[in-house]
Design a binder for this molecule. Structure first.
Ligand code: NAD
Ligand code: TYD
Length: 334
């Protein structure tokens, strides 16, 4: 089986490639990534030279590059992780989110139709559902209406609608998964957990937006990868699957947990101006995925957080190269 993983040099995409190579060693896996600021070619270097792995630098918005790739590889499936993924950046520069997340997905869908690809899987997010009140126990289900808040989530919701439209209109065999906030190894240090770890280790203050009471539903990245693998192989075309671990934590409590693990003074926490349009609470109901495909999370938050901190402590050179910018030039290969 040949699988193209777009956005494979990013956080979740690279974890998924490592997961595939470990669990399906006979599969051919092709990473297709434009290497934006968030793409890190060095992350995938351990696979260079391995049989059944190829890296192609290319843009999902470029129909010629995508067409060439599908002609060369004749893949059985495409898993689309490629996206602009950071809410704060989407508030500053929404245009690139519209281009990559919407037009890029549309380009991939057209190419899948043309080449008769047997499965297109779209990696989506719980943020397409908008947010929930802080003082409720309501969960997002797959039937919750789309009510995106940020340019990021609006672009992801638009992409989801296109994916569903290609199923309904052309019968393209698609699936969509919507997960909560991921954490784990190789996450770019702009997102909450790696940013706080890196700032803590550098002796800086820890900036918490607003009053820190916003809630996120955290998912260990390896649990997410296992869910995607299950959906790819056993999911029903046309269906959407929520992927969540029921690990709802307030931001301030999470940052305090990090202070405790890293043995640093909580006085380093500083409350800073809130994010514009800041979503209050995300919480996912993943009962459909459990009932239909037997998925359950294996890693609870305290264990996963400790593992993640340990990884950042052991891989200082990985994130130092990002902070200095060396990761953009260190890799000379294609
Ligand atoms: P990331 O920012 O770490 O990685 C994105 C990758 O996509 C990078 O390698 C980047 O170079 C690549 N890319 C960007 N534009 C591209 C383009 N035009 N063509 C080809 N490649 C391009 O993101 P991530 O956190 O790994 O997220 C991956 C996917 O999962 C995204 O679609 C995101 O919306 C979704 N998601 C992320 C989370 C999370 O918590 N990180 C949660 C739910 C869903
Ligand atoms: P983030 O990791 O950007 O993910 P998302 O916005 O997709 O949920 O942020 C997670 C939460 O942490 C979110 O409520 C915003 C908050 N946050 C901070 O308080 N300080 C920070 O420096 C960052 C980056 C995020």
């Amino acid at each position: 089986m040949t699988i193209i993983v777009t956005g494979g040099a990013g956080f979740i995409g690279s974890n998924f490639i490592f997961y595939l190579k470990k669990n399906h060693p006979d599969y051919r896996v092709v990473a297709f990534d434009a290497l934006t600021y968030a793409g890190n070619r060095m992350t995938l270097m351990p696979l260079d030279g391995c049989e059944g792995f190829r890296f192609v630098c290319g843009d999902i918005c470029d129909p010629y590059a995508v067409d060439r790739l599908l002609n060369e590889e004749k893949p059985d499936a495409i898993v689309n992780f490629a996206a602009e993924s950071h809410v704060d950046r989407s508030i500053d520069t929404p245009d690139v989110f519209v281009k990559t997340n919407i037009l890029g997905t549309a380009t991939l869908l057209d190419a899948c139709l043309k080449h008769g690809i047997a499965r297109f899987h779209q990696i989506s997010t719980d943020e397409v559902y908008g947010d929930l009140p802080l003082d409720s126990s309501t969960l997002f289900t797959e039937d919750t209406p789309l009510r995106a808040s940020s340019p990021y989530s609006a672009s992801k919701a638009s992409a989801d609608l296109l994916v569903q439209a290609y199923y309904r209109t052309y019968g393209l065999p698609v699936t969509i998964s919507r997960s909560g906030n991921n954490y784990g190894a190789y996450q770019f240090p702009e997102k909450l957990i790696p940013l706080m770890i890196v700032k803590a280790l550098k002796g800086e203050t820890l900036p918490v937006y607003g009053d820190g009471k916003n809630v996120r539903d955290w998912l260990y990245v390896e649990d997410h990868c296992r869910a995607i693998d299950l959906i790819l192989h056993h999911g029903t075309p046309g269906e959407i699957y929520n992927v969540g671990a029921h690990q709802e934590i307030r931001n301030i409590d999470l940052v305090r947990m990090l202070c405790q693990i890293l043995a640093i003074d909580e006085a380093r926490i500083t409350f800073v101006a809130d994010r514009k349009g800041h979503d209050l609470r995300y919480a996912l109901d993943a009962a459909k995925l459990t009932a239909q495909l037997g998925w359950k999370p294996k890693t609870m938050f305290d264990t996963g957080l400790q593992k993640t901190v340990d990884w950042y402590l052991r891989h200082r050179s990985w994130w130092d190269a990002i902070l200095t910018g060396a990761y953009r030039t260190a890799y000379e290969g294609g």
